[in-house]
Design a protein around this ligand. Structure first.
Ligand SMILES: NC(=[NH2+])NCCC[C@H](N)C(=O)O
Ligand SMILES: [Mn+2]
Ligand SMILES: [Mn+2]
Length: 349
């Protein structure tokens, strides 16, 4: 694809300008303790451990008023047999429907939304609800996996490996009708999606990515280009035509398992801490982040308490960085370096 560097830089400077005025003042935190998109129990405790790692305090110390809406409580039908190889179709469909309503309501009320998973199947409801309010949204998917299997291509039957398939307009008609999912209408064009961090892609997923020409950056691409260039091309691809709200879906397994061990499908060779935080800083700097998902933190799978706490604390860092925490300190306007010599002239900046 064409790399339009100068256009990108121009756009960035404009975005940087508007970002100060357009920044949402309130953040809604929404917990989604759901695990039926895969088979390992424990990921439903993600919202609790991320909150326990100090999320609300961290966000409150940034420039926002934080509204913690607590956790959604999902209903599970007694009988929920697999349907066309999708496990727990009624539970997954129902939870996502409820989540879509909650995210749509929170975005409509003017909040920037932080959705805490739960497994990655929840991205379907989160992004679908977001799209009800912002039909022109674009999607940045940071993950070791593209989660782009169809019910037929899925090696596992786990819906957390399939949510993107159900979002894409180009795949309408390629996906069977599934009980529990009748409310879902595809809402995203494949050109409005970018993947970052991929390193475990199933054959069916690769075929769709290539057939639709989806923009993606595997870990190999990140090695080759560097994370700075990856983010430039990402924004060029998504935002050069038009400024639009960003939906960020961040799977904690995008990080290297040495940093995020408490997760269900770890894959070696993931993002470093600095690469992950650079991604989220740059997304914040666009001023366009509207909804983010932080998913797949599973405290049961950490081998020790330290491992679990490190994973949850990393999740807090990611979210805070998306919302403006910098590595450069606070950006208050300072007129002069404080001095205790009252009579002498202060050094003006
Ligand atoms: N959200 C995730 N962690 N997804 C992992 C998916 C793994 C595999 N590709 C599958 O379809 O089952
Ligand atoms: Mn995922
Ligand atoms: Mn993943």
């Amino acid at each position: 694809m064409a790399l339009r560097g100068p256009i990108f830089r121009l756009l960035r400077s404009q975005l940087g300008h508007t970002h100060q005025q357009s920044r949402a003042q309130s953040v809604a935190v929404l917990g989604a303790p759901f695990s039926r998109g895969q088979k390992k129990r424990g990921v439903e405790h993600g919202p609790k451990v991320i909150r326990d790692a100090g999320l609300i305090e961290r966000l409150s110390s940034l420039d926002y008023s934080v509204h913690d809406f607590g956790d959604l409580s999902f209903h599970y039908p007694e009988k929920d047999e697999p349907y066309m190889d999708v496990n727990f179709p009624l539970s997954v469909g129902g939870a996502n429907k409820m989540l879509a309503g909650a995210v749509s309501g929170a975005v409509g009320a003017g909040h920037t939304v932080v959705m805490l998973g739960g497994d990655h199947s929840l991205a379907l409801g989160s992004a679908a609800g977001h799209a009800r309010q912002c039909p022109d949204l674009c999607l940045i998917w940071v993950d070791a996996h593209p989660d782009l299997n169809t019910p037929m291509s899925s090696p596992s039957g786990n819906f957390h490996g399939q949510p993107v398939t159900f979002m894409l307009k180009e795949l309408q008609g390629k996906v069977p009708e599934i009980r529990g999912f009748s409310w879902v209408k595809p809402f995203l064009s494949s050109r409005d999606l970018v993947y970052i961090g991929l390193r475990d892609v199933d054959p069916g997923e690769y075929q769709i990515m290539k057939a639709l020409g989806i923009q993606y950056f595997s870990m190999r691409d990140i090695d080759r280009l560097g994370i700075q260039r990856v983010m430039e091309v990402t924004f060029d691809h998504l935002l050069a035509r038009k400024q639009r709200p960003i939906h960020l879906s961040f799977d904690i397994d995008s990080f290297d398992p040495s940093l995020a061990p408490a997760t269900g499908t770890p894959v070696n060779g993931g993002l470093t801490y600095r690469e992950g935080i650079y991604i989220t800083e740059e997304i914040h700097n666009t001023g366009l982040l509207s909804v983010m998902d932080l998913v797949e933190v599973n405290p049961v799978l950490g081998n020790s308490r330290e491992a679990t706490e490190a994973t949850a604390s990393l999740a807090v860092d990611v979210i805070a960085s998306c919302l403006g925490q910098t590595r450069e300190g606070a950006h208050m306007s300072i007129d002069a370096i404080p001095s205790d010599k009252k009579d002498t002239e202060q050094l003006c900046l």
